[in-house]
Design a protein around this ligand. Structure first.
Ligand code: RB5
Length: 147
């Protein structure tokens, strides 16, 4: 089965989110784009939470969320139990948050990274696997903080 990836954003990041959706679909991922699709101002916490709940519920394997900086929507997503989301503006970090932190969500800043780099970051994230081992102990420590 294809890796299932849920996408969401706020109003500041609709074109980048749609470019990511097209890019991932073309690569064969099962993309669930939950919007928004219209450009009026909206609130990033609800969009970050919505995508995070889909990942936490097991309806998607990974989530990619986008706002102006990637920061606010990441903060909202990380409030959902079971979510490990990092903001990345470089490919090394995007690979490492999968390999070492078992991140299940990636956040991007549409006002920070241009589309070409953003798609490379997405590829680094989706192309990497969690290494387990000593890293699993540390990820379990993160989970324990959730209570
Ligand atoms: C919206 O103007 C902006 O605050 C939002 O997209 C994001 O950057 C917040 O972290």
């Amino acid at each position: 089965m294809s890796t299932r990836i849920v996408l969401s954003s706020d109003h500041a990041a609709i074109p980048l989110r749609q470019a990511i959706a097209a890019h991932l679909s073309a690569k064969g991922f099962a993309v669930q784009d939950i919007g928004p699709t219209t450009p009026e101002s909206t609130h990033y916490p609800k969009h970050g939470e919505a995508a995070a709940r889909i990942v936490a519920n097991g309806e998607a394997d990974l989530g990619i969320i986008v706002c102006g900086t990637g920061q606010g929507i990441m903060m909202a997503a990380n409030k959902v139990k079971g979510i490990r989301c990092g903001v990345c503006s470089d490919t090394f970090s995007a690979r490492m948050i999968r390999q070492h932190n078992n991140a299940n969500m990636l956040s991007l800043g549409a006002r920070v990274v241009a589309e070409g780099l953003a798609l490379d970051i997405v590829d680094a994230f989706t192309g990497a696997e969690f290494e387990g081992g000593r890293h699993a102990d540390r990820v379990n420590m993160i989970t324990a903080i959730e209570g």
